[in-house]
Design a protein around this ligand. Structure first.
Ligand code: NI
Length: 129
């Protein structure tokens, strides 16, 4: 694990008043599981927004991200790229389609090396509300 990642984690658990690192790790794993279960639950026609932060210097990463976006081209409504700083890029992708397909696109992006953060938010189309 990269040292700066662990340092940042220690900083947060200190701020949040955890008694030990392992307590923080347990909580982080729980959040990861809850988030995964929440994502698995996304059903029906949805609009999804995927926010990705990644290191653009990672070899092959931009090609892989483009490839995934072409694979899900039928769902993607729009995307936006921002050069965040010297090392990192932010991409926002808006998709519309079956919730599980939207989720699949986000998961494929998450699994890529060099991707630092992926957030998926989904919303219904408001028809049932
Ligand atoms: Ni960029």
């Amino acid at each position: 694990m990269p040292e700066n990642l662990l340092n940042k984690f220690d900083e947060i658990i200190l701020q949040r008043g955890y008694s030990s690192r392992s307590e923080g790790v347990r909580d982080a794993i729980r959040s990861y599981i809850v988030n995964f279960e929440w994502m698995s639950d996304v059903q029906g026609e949805r609009v999804g927004v995927i926010t990705i932060v990644y290191a653009h210097s990672q070899r092959g990463l931009e090609d892989s991200l483009t490839e995934i976006q072409h694979d899900f081209g039928g769902l993607i409504q729009s995307s936006m790229h921002i050069h965040l700083n010297h090392d990192n890029c932010l991409e926002v992708v808006v998709l519309r389609g079956e919730g599980q397909e939207v989720k699949k696109a986000a998961e494929r992006m998450m699994a890529l090396k060099g991707v630092k953060h992926v957030k998926l938010t989904t919303t219904s189309l408001g028809k049932e509300l």
